[in-house]
Design a protein around this ligand. Structure first.
Ligand SMILES: Nc1ncnc2c1ncn2[C@@H]1O[C@H](COP(=O)(O)OP(=O)(O)OP(=O)(O)O)[C@@H](O)[C@H]1O
Ligand SMILES: [Zn+2]
Length: 861
């Protein structure tokens, strides 16, 4: 039998990414595709993924490879359970081709981090080495190494390098090659990700033997008469504080210790052993070795003794690292569906496997549709994956799913530790869960019997990987997976991506609509023209209407959310005399003033600088802090409504996942009246107490130079507005803006997705934007600007040449030009946008080392 193996050790050949090996006879019954295997590669042993097995077609393959090749055998199977399922292998192949990325890199992305094993060489004394051999000709270093090997058995290359430095290590490795004293074996080192285990001590003697043993121990105790205090001392571990103090100060326990020493060792041992057995007999919960020794003073020699006498045994048990540990999640029962919801569930379960676009307005009950479709499929032995935007994971999505399917849900997201991720991954692979919920990478979970993929909030940019290769979009990968497995894929959103809706219109997706909210109406939206406020003499950041409404909400004991998309107290620091604006010297972006910490912060790279009191350019003292941030809003509201309980939710107040959770919980428990936050809070929140949503400033998002800027602005406003009035009380939304006539604002204020789509798709067609043209974004970063410019000119020449050579129609370049944010983290960035109906012919041949290549970018900025 032959096997094709994928390994990242081999340099990439897109035509032939796999290497062929012989399967040794003894492995023939155990090999399966998707397994991690060890293979010889050159001198080394490396890790690979078994991709194809050839049994019947073996001869053809051999003929194809030619007579002169000699195949080497697989070295070992590293894990009998496949790490990738067959559909994942197929998906990898698609991703590799479409996103023009080495197959091994794609396959590795699908595995949990820390799973791959490092290859290494291990030195040991060779079989021909004899102690006492004449070493006259060997160098001093070699002799020292021989001594070390004598003592330790083996030493690996990495350690050798550390001990001797790289140059000497290299010399000694040369010497080893020519001597026959030391053998050098290739080896793979255990992966970082491992199961966590603990060692548990359990009684194993039967009652009779245990009783006899105890009697014997008690006999040992008999002859010595002890003061009760000693017994207590021997049985009680020293408190940690005492132990550390003891190292420094005269030991208050010394008297006891000396006396104990004087006692017969056997007595001490008997006493501790008896105490240990007593604890083991009492407890329903097992004891770890450490805890037992802490509680009784039992040393490991004494424990060994008990093991030898077969009184106790040690069992290792795996400790699962559970991301939901310590969380109390209320169980939930299925709700009776509305007619629209029932139709949607039926559509998902129908025989037709065309993907579904579930377009349901905010608060229309999409989640319930997902849950009931999943339940129906699980009843048939299937399993499902739900993707949610990263931030929603902290909040309600996980709770709802985990509450409906207790103990049957695994979670995958980037904040998990390597250990947690590995444990979740193995539960999924072992079929211990029915549902995987997570951010985009959860799509690559090895879930057997996959029967449904749901992408909630499918318009979210977080589903696209933008910088690292492969620059995949989880939606596209999910659609391919759906085709490969012939299973339904559901894309859900109140504001589908323009491209998604277009594809539904073209018949690529079945469009299912949930046009109304459950039991309530979409909240009316009032647009406030901030210019009128200024004319009327109101210079506050809150319009009069918003103030009135806040007052009403507070008086009626309801809740409000105020939204704006900037953090900090002011968005920029400006000199009123000369117009100087403080910018980050690494990124060229305006710095933001943070009042609480009294610093200036670059929101892009996180660099901090001191506040300015004088303009560095003209030395005037007219430095002013302009614009708005969440902090400023908080301050203003607190001044206006001193009695209101405020909560601020942005990246400054919630740096960690658990902080997000706590904030949400406090607001949901009505511990605060007004929540102030950035776009983070626009995502999926379902809080029935919220009757007012205020958008403090809608303008920032409207005018960005990007083909998708209008879509993002409309989506954001519609989603934020959709947080109001989801409970029994009617809701109300106020949008403050200097651009009330902007079509995004007008249409968002009517929750009118269809009208927005009609306007936007026409513009996209007119200007040749996606989905009418495909885009590929090339970005080059360098510390020197001219280097960026040169590289960009060179690449654009080559691209132009290839477009002509391949005869690509309607294909052109935009740029080269500096990126919208030309400097980031100390580097300049230049861009080229390539656009055309089909760019893959070109992508396959063009070689652009050092360039970031984003295929189907969701933004051209
Ligand atoms: N059939 C039903 N009967 C009663 N209440 C329901 C029903 N279905 C959903 N709900 C409730 O309606 C509210 C809104 O549902 P959900 O959060 O799923 O909306 P959504 O469509 O995901 O909205 P968004 O797109 O804004 O996140 C929830 O509180 C949910 O419990
Ligand atoms: Zn910066």
């Amino acid at each position: 039998m032959l096997a094709d193996v994928l390994t990242s050790a081999a340099s990439w050949d897109s035509e032939r990414p796999l290497l062929t090996y012989l399967v040794p006879l003894e492995l023939e019954t155990t090999v399966r595709i998707g397994q991690l295997v060890a293979i010889p590669y050159g001198e080394r042993l490396v890790e690979g993924i078994l991709w194809v097995l050839h049994a019947e077609d073996q001869d053809e393959l051999l003929a194809e490879l030619g007579a002169e090749v000699t195949l080497r055998p697989l070295h070992a199977i590293l894990d009998p359970e496949p790490a990738l399922l067959p559909h994942q292998l197929a998906l990898s192949q698609w991703i590799s081709a479409y996103y023009v990325t080495p197959l091994a890199q794609v396959a590795q992305m699908m595995l949990p981090p820390g799973l791959m094993q490092r290859s290494q060489f291990v030195l040991r004394l060779s079989e021909t080495y004899e102690p006492g051999q004449d070493l006259q000709e060997s160098s001093l270093h070699l002799r020292a190494l021989l001594g070390l090997l004598h003592e330790e058995g083996e030493v690996d290359d990495a350690r050798l390098k550390k001990l001797l430095g790289p140059a000497r290590a290299k010399a000694i490795l040369q010497e080893i090659k020519h001597s026959n004293l030391i053998a050098r074996d290739p080896r793979l080192y255990a992966p970082k990700a491992r199961a966590r285990t603990k060692r548990l001590v359990r009684l194993c003697a039967d009652e009779e033997r245990l009783a006899a043993w105890k009697r014997h121990q008690e006999e040992i105790l008999q002859p010595v008469e002890l003061e009760p205090a000693y017994v207590v001392a021997a049985l009680t571990p020293l408190p940690a504080a005492v132990r550390s103090a003891a190292r420094r100060a005269p030991n208050p326990w010394e008297a006891t210790a000396t006396m104990l020493e004087k006692e017969d060792k056997a007595v001490v041992q008997a006493r501790r052993q008896l105490a240990a057995v007593e604890l083991l007999q009492q407890g329903a919960t097992p004891w770890t070795q450490g805890a037992l020794s802490k509680a009784t003073g039992l040393t490991s020699a004494q424990l060994q003794n008990m093991l030898r006498e077969q009184i106790v045994k040690i069992e290792t048990e795996e400790l699962r690292r559970d991301p939901l540990r310590g969380r109390s999640i209320p169980a939930s029962a299925p709700l009776p569906l509305t007619a629209d919801q029932a139709r949607a569930v039926q559509a998902i379960l129908a025989a037709d496997k065309t993907p579904i676009l579930l377009h349901g307005v905010t608060g229309s009950g999409k989640t319930e549709v997902y849950l009931q479709a999943l339940a129906a499929l699980i009843a048939k032995g299937k399993r499902g994956i739900i993707l949610v935007p990263e931030i929603a994971l902290t909040t309600q999505a996980v709770q709802r799913v985990a509450g409906r399917f207790p103990e049957r849900v695994a979670i995958i997201h980037s904040d998990l530790s390597i250990g947690e991720r590995y444990d979740e991954w193995r539960r999924i692979r072992a079929g211990e869960v029915d549902i995987v919920i997570g951010s985009r990478s959860a799509l690559f979970a090895p879930l057997p019997d996959l029967g449904l993929i749901i992408i909630d909030e499918e318009h979210e940019p977080a589903y696209k990987q933008g910088e690292l290769r492969p620059t995949y979009h989880a939606r596209e990968c999910a659609l391919i997976l759906g085709q490969l497995l012939d299973i339904p894929v559901v894309l859900g959103s109140a504001t589908p991506a323009v491209e998604t809706f277009y594809r539904a219109r073209q018949g690529e997706f079945r469009l299912v609509e949930l046009p109304g909210r459950i039991g309530s109406a979409l909240p009316p939206v009032e647009v406030i023209d901030l210019r009128n406020e200024l004319h009327a003499g109101n210079t506050s950041i809150l319009s009069r209407r918003l103030q009135e409404e806040l007052e009403r909400v507070l008086a009626q004991g309801q809740q409000a959310i105020l939204f704006l998309n900037r953090r900090g107290a002011a968005s920029c620091v400006l000199c009123r005399d000369c117009g100087f604006v403080a910018v980050c010297d690494a990124c060229d972006l305006p710095l933001t003033y943070h009042a609480t910490e009294r610093i200036l912060l670059c929101h892009y790279c996180g660099k901090r600088s001191k506040v300015l009191h004088f303009c560095p350019s003209c030395h005037s003292s007219s430095i002013r802090y302009f614009g708005l941030g969440t902090e400023k809003v908080q301050e203003t509201i607190q001044r206006l409504f001193p009695q209101a309980r405020l909560l601020r939710w942005d990246r400054d107040t919630a740096r960690h996942r658990s902080a997000h959770e706590q904030l949400l919980e406090r607001f949901a428990n009505r511990e605060a009246d007004i929540l102030i936050g950035t776009q983070m809070i626009a995502k999926g929140l379902d809080l029935p107490g919220v009757t007012l949503v205020g958008v403090v400033s809608a303008d920032i998002a409207l005018n960005l130079p990007d083909y998708s800027a209008a879509e993002r602005a409309f989506t954001l406003l519609t989603q934020v507005a959709g947080r109001a009035g989801r409970g029994s009380q009617a809701g109300h939304v106020i949008i403050q803006t200097f651009n009330p006539q902007h079509f995004c604002i007008e249409l968002a204020s009517r929750h009118d997705y269809h009208a927005f789509y009609a306007t936007e798709i026409e513009a996209r067609q007119r200007y040749g934007y996606p989905p009418f043209r495909r885009f590929v974004k090339f970005t080059y970063s360098h510390e020197q600007r001219h280097r960026c410019q040169n590289e960009a000119l060179l690449l654009s020449e080559r691209l132009t040449e290839w477009i002509a050579r391949l005869g690509l129609r309607e294909t052109s370049l935009v740029g080269p030009a500096p990126a919208f944010m030309e400097r980031m983290r100390g580097k300049y960035r230049w861009q080229i946008i390539l656009r055309g109906p089909d760019l893959h012919q070109l992508l396959r041949v063009i070689d652009a080392p050092g360039w970031e290549i984003d295929i189907d970018p969701i933004s051209t900025m």
